[in-house]
Design a protein around this ligand. Structure first.
Ligand code: HEC
Length: 113
């Protein structure tokens, strides 16, 4: 997975954020605790209708967050048929304000859980 992340960087994802080249796990942790833990759980373990995120690769997290941000419910459904349905609109606003750098940092942190 480290390799795939590096490829994503090389293709310009991180460059577009205008921030540092390496994903920042600490910044991801801080943002996660502020913006995501209330639903997905302190350790991203999931609860009820909120899916577990722990153990997802950084690449998958960046990709799915991008789909929420872009409103791409079809891609989400194809990725996992439990996503992109009636609960889509609960998650989408949480991705709307994220930069590419934020998504990379969140992905890097979630991958450590
Ligand atoms: C208000 C509650 C809420 C908050 C806050 C929230 N989410 Fe979600 N999230 C959801 C729900 C509900 C879903 C499932 C949506 C669906 O069915 O498509 C979801 C889905 C996801 C998924 C896809 C899960 C999978 O199985 O691949 C990811 C990744 C995700 N959220 C990341 C985050 C991150 C990162 C944050 C913080 C920036 C965040 N979420 C904040 C409710 C929330």
């Amino acid at each position: 997975m480290k390799k795939l992340t590096a490829i994503a960087f090389a293709s310009g994802l991180a460059v577009a954020s205008g921030q540092s080249m390496a994903a920042d796990v600490d910044a991801g942790k801080k943002l996660y605790e502020q913006s995501c833990a209330s639903c997905h759980g302190q350790k991203a373990q999931g609860q009820g209708m909120f899916p577990k995120l722990a153990g997802h690769s950084a690449k998958d997290t960046v990709q799915t967050l991008g789909w929420y941000k872009d409103g791409n419910q079809e891609a989400l459904k194809e990725y996992d048929d439990s996503l992109g349905g009636s609960n889509f609109s609960i998650m989408a606003p949480n991705a709307a304000g994220l930069s590419e750098g934020d998504m990379e940092n969140l992905g890097a942190y979630i991958e450590t859980l």
